[in-house]
Design a protein around this ligand. Structure first.
Ligand SMILES: Cc1ncc(C[n+]2csc(CCOP(=O)(O)OP(=O)(O)O)c2C)c(N)n1
Length: 205
């Protein structure tokens, strides 16, 4: 779909760069390979972002693929591929800026594999298949906390600025929950998420 959108934008003469995200499980779908091949051959201005958290529902990447990483697949489609620490906001910014510049210059797509950690099971209510140690280790890697520290240490933001941004984010999550409960869910049924659940799942402790 993303490659189709990018091709349509090009036909309409729009100066857009499409960015598409998929997991390590999604990366193994046949359609993803076809899309990347098409994008490479037509030099489509698109950035493929594979969010590799090491596990697709319950299947480990080590079980689903023999290659050492997902980024190396890019070579087969004639585009650059790079593994990036997805919890390092500066590294993510640098890699995506490069990929967007490449697309803008007419050189076509890029594949960026972000190594990230999964904090919860695949979906709420699905049994957690990893050990408590593995989950604790995943939760200790938090890109948001890392960026907060970087900005505070560099005197880019004050504690008051951070508190204001975080309050704004919490309000946004609360508003989204309220809207979801109002528009989409049968209130006779027990709500699957409370605002507190949403906060817990969204923010670092
Ligand atoms: C086209 C398609 N095939 C299969 C599925 C069933 N499915 C839902 S999630 C999933 C695995 C997703 O794994 P990943 O992309 O790594 O996401 P994560 O488990 O990290 O959330 C699959 C196969 C689907 N939703 N769509």
């Amino acid at each position: 779909m993303a490659v189709g959108v990018a091709m349509a934008d090009r036909l309409r003469g729009k100066d857009t760069i499409t960015v598409t995200f998929f997991g390590d499980g999604g990366a193994n779908e046949g359609a993803v390979h076809e899309a990347m091949n098409l994008a490479g051959s037509k030099r489509i201005p698109i950035v493929f972002i594979a969010e590799n958290n090491g596990i697709a529902i319950s299947m480990r990447v080590s079980e689903s693929t023999a290659a050492p990483d997902l980024a190396c697949r890019a070579a087969g489609y004639g585009m650059p591929g790079q593994v990036v620490d997805g919890q390092d906001p500066i590294a993510v910014h640098e890699a995506t800026t490069r990929a967007v510049a490449r697309a803008r210059a007419g050189h076509g797509p890029s594949l960026i594999e972000l190594r990230i950690a999964r904090w919860e099971s695949h979906v709420e209510g699905f049994p957690e298949l990893r050990s408590a140690e593995e989950v604790a280790s995943a939760r200790s890697h938090d890109g948001v906390a890392r960026l907060r520290k970087l900005l505070l240490d560099g005197d880019v933001l004050s504690e008051a600025d951070v508190a204001m941004i975080e309050a704004g984010c919490r309000n946004e999550v609360d508003d989204a929950v309220i809207e979801g409960l109002r528009d989409g869910l049968d209130l006779a049924e027990p709500a699957p998420y409370s605002a507190a659940d949403a906060q817990r799942l969204t923010f670092a402790p």
